[in-house]
Design a binder for this molecule. Structure first.
Ligand code: VGL
Ligand code: ZN
Length: 201
């Protein structure tokens, strides 16, 4: 078992982000078995689920004539318009069938407010609305975080950068992540994470 101040954060290993899903990430299912093997080594284990109402504003379907993967301005900044995905209670929003969520201590759901997207497990995309995860981790004495999951260039990236900004020592295990890689997003994410002092290994 790893030291008591270390947590693993498993981001969005859900059907819609795996091959066959609505917003499939290539190879998304390759990381499931090694994540299952790693989780029990950590004393604190948090899983996240992207969890959107059917009329969520990050969906292209909610904007007349907008194509999926186009970008619009929201009150909180630019927003990629995604295909409908991870709709609350749907099969697409369920964890991948091979992911073992039983060892999770906490499951954080994010993106459930219609008007605002939430890539990060800590703050929604306004960078102000908290999910409560910071308080949970601090109350449990966590100082170091390992982050794995989907997608490396969106939710893993935003979660890791927020964690680093909050003062956690953060490692992202790249081999246990897969990326969407849309319009240079992967390189930008890697540079941003490195600049935030995150260890990428
Ligand atoms: C994600 C796009 C939209 C992710 C979630 O989990 O990386 N990406 N919603
Ligand atoms: Zn989403």
């Amino acid at each position: 078992m790893r030291p008591a101040n270390e947590a693993i954060l498993v981001i969005d290993v859900q059907n819609d982000f795996c091959p066959g899903g609505a917003l499939a990430v290539a190879g998304g299912d390759d990381i499931v078995a090694p994540i299952n093997a790693l989780v029990p080594e950590y004393p604190v284990r948090v899983f996240t689920q992207d969890w959107h109402p059917a009329d969520h504003h990050s969906f292209a379907s909610q904007h007349d004539g907008a194509a999926p993967m186009s970008v619009i301005e929201m009150p909180y900044g630019p927003q990629v318009l995604w295909p409908d995905h991870c709709i609350i209670g749907s099969d697409g929003a369920a964890f991948h069938s091979k992911l073992d969520p039983r060892p999770a201590d906490l499951i954080i759901r994010k993106g459930f407010r219609r008007q605002i997207d939430s890539y990060s497990a800590f703050f929604e995309n306004d960078h102000a609305t908290s999910t409560g995860l910071e308080g949970y981790l601090r109350n449990r004495g966590v100082e170091k975080l390992v982050v794995v999951g989907l997608a490396l260039d969106f939710c893993v990236n935003y979660s890791a950068v927020d964690a680093a900004k909050l003062g956690f020592e953060v490692t992202v295990i790249e081999s246990l992540c897969r990326a969407i890689d849309f319009d240079g997003s992967l390189n930008a994410a890697k540079a941003g994470m490195a600049a935030a002092g995150i260890t990428l290994k």
